[in-house]
Design a protein around this ligand. Sequence first.
Ligand code: NDP
Length: 244
Amino acid sequence: MNRLDGKVALITGGARGNGGATAELFVQAGATVVITDVLDDGGAETADRLGETCSFAHHDVTSEDAWLGLVEKTLGRHGQIDVLVNNAGIFQHGGVLDTAREDWDRMIAVNQTGVFLGMQAVAPTMRDAETGSIVNISSVAGMKSAAIAHAYAASKWAVRGMTKSAAAELAKYGVRVNSVHPGYIETPMLTQVSGPDDSRLVRQVPLGRLGTPADVGRLVLFLASDDSSYCSGHEYVVDGAMIS
Ligand code: NDP
């Protein structure tokens, strides 16, 4: 039996990168997957490639109305939502000395408020079904300092705390909530972190290579599936031993 047979999953920021790879693994594991993104062309292409059990919806995670519409549409079409992966995110360089207020607000809106709105929109359905798994994508920047990216680190530390609080709140309804903390993963976002030459990043990783989106996706699959039925409220690092 496939690990996600009979389950319906929502994955934000699923057009590409970690979210796209997670969607592919979920489809292979038997799930019905709705990927959402603001990147319409990429989202539609990914859904087409993954086949008839995957669909794409345009969705900005910062919009409460968009979340409510997405949940209503998904329940209307599929009848249930078993898994939510809050994966959409943005990155921007800048320390506490040089982060503009508008850049701070944008980072918090997407990376933190987007996760809050997602959990708030989906949790009632999971509560009523007395089952569900929410996986929030944080970062190693939510485990340690990040001098180059103050707002990003703030948002990712917040996701870690929100995950623990939601896990404690929702446990009595059978709903699990965990956070995933990737290190350096080969996606378009990493190019923003490293620039064109990523050799400096590779040297920081004891396993000697960058992570792949599938490395992240396999961990998310474990947390989404019943294989992790006794795991909730915790952080799971996937970083090649970088912050060990
Ligand atoms: P990508 O940039 O490849 O993918 C992120 C996707 O999210 C993009 O398609 C992006 O669209 C979309 N997105 C941005 N803003 C919104 C929004 N408001 N609503 C909906 N979708 C949005 O990044 P990754 O795959 O690398 O990142 C996925 C997650 O993994 C993020 O949360 C990131 O912080 C986290 N992560 C990544 C690491 C890495 O090394 N790659 C390391 C640690 C954590 P658009 O391009 O148009 O903005």
